[in-house]
Design a binder for this molecule. Structure first.
Ligand code: TXA
Ligand code: MG
Length: 314
């Protein structure tokens, strides 16, 4: 089918930023980089703008979205910060941590963004492009990853374009993202922290910063797309813990080994995280009919890498 319009990919700069902010104010979602993955951003206070994000992604149901803010003041106008929440924000913001907090009654957020819950997921990103766009648009921005629902997350503008061409007006291109995996999502309670999605801020880092235990898993209140079994999924079957490529397989390696593409020849986990989604995109576009991935150690950000791999293989 012919797209209704073509998608413009613009190098990040003052002029592109102004144009992106105008689109956001007109209710049109715009793809923008963060330090984790590219997000598809829209005005979090405007229900029709939030609905436009869901429709561009082809997300089947309304699930809560992360709301991005430019500074702490903006965050505190949207949600109540307990002492534990404050400590985590002091330590990890700006950065790849999303905090699930009680929304304020006067937040002005669209109820769609919270999918009817009383809590909101807030993130103060470190990436200058996302923060500048929030300031220029003058509103908090809801932003899921900028890809069709269920597909591999985008860490480059080209990934967004190949997934959403004709579905969105504009992509702000500021090169590859540095972290490469979606933010850690945590819900601080009074005497423990619930880890809802593993990410660059590890459970050990949360425990160290808060002095509280971290409990893995949700409370069953939400159906979270990032937590669905099959997510971040390439179109080809994925085999994990592979030591070598079998027939018709494209092997994604880790550490020194023969393979088609290597996440990190030096076995550096941060480097592997930054390269993971790009490697899956390349493997998916290759002539091979299946994808195999070498074992990645379950330590530090390796926990989040394995979480995404398990869902890609599901
Ligand atoms: O790195 C990231 O976090 C990226 C970039 C673009 O910032 N964003 C991202 O957003 O991954 P999104 O909207 O796809 O994340 C949605 C996830 C849901 O799957 C759910 O797990 C969680 O955020 N979430 C949102 N609101 C929640 C709430 N009120 N309670 C619990 N979890 C919530
Ligand atoms: Mg996603």
């Amino acid at each position: 089918a012919h797209p209704a319009f073509s998608t413009k990919s613009c190098r990040y700069g003052a002029e592109a930023l102004r144009e992106a902010a105008l689109l956001i104010r007109a209710g049109e979602p715009v793809a923008v980089p963060t330090e984790t993955v590219y997000g598809l951003a829209g005005d979090a206070t405007d229900s029709s703008a939030v609905a436009a994000i869901y429709s561009a992604k082809g997300r089947p149901s309304f699930n809560p979205l992360i709301v991005h803010v430019a500074d702490r003041g903006m965050a505190e106008r949207l949600a109540d910060f307990s002492p534990v929440a404050k400590r985590l924000a002091d330590r990890f913001w700006p950065g790849p941590l999303t905090l699930v907090l009680p929304a304020r009654a006067d937040s002005g957020l669209s109820p769609l963004v919270m999918a009817g819950l009383s809590t909101v997921a807030l993130r103060l990103p470190a990436h200058p492009a996302m923060r500048a766009l929030i300031r220029e648009a003058g509103c908090p921005l809801a932003a899921p990853s900028a890809n069709r629902s269920g597909a591999i997350s985008p860490t480059r503008a080209e990934h967004v374009l190949s997934s959403l061409d004709g579905k969105i007006r504009m992509i702000l291109d500021e090169g590859p993202t540095s972290e490469g995996l979606e933010s850690t999502i945590a819900a601080p309670e009074n005497d423990y922290i619930r880890l809802l999605r593993p990410g660059p801020v590890t459970a050990a880092m949360l425990e160290e910063a808060s002095g509280l235990p971290v409990i893995v898993g949700g409370d069953g209140k939400i159906e979270a797309p990032g937590q669905l079994e099959s997510h971040y999924a390439p179109s080809k079957p994925v085999r994990l813990e592979a030591m070598q490529a079998e027939r018709d397989e494209y092997l994604i390696g880790f550490g020194l080994m023969p393979c088609h593409i290597n996440l990190s020849p030096e076995a550096d986990l941060a480097e592997a995280a930054a390269n993971l989604f790009a490697a899956l995109h390349i493997a998916d576009a290759s002539a091979a009919t299946r994808i195999a991935v070498a074992p990645v150690p379950m330590e530090g950000i390796g926990v989040a890498i394995n979480d995404r791999l398990k869902r890609a293989a599901a």
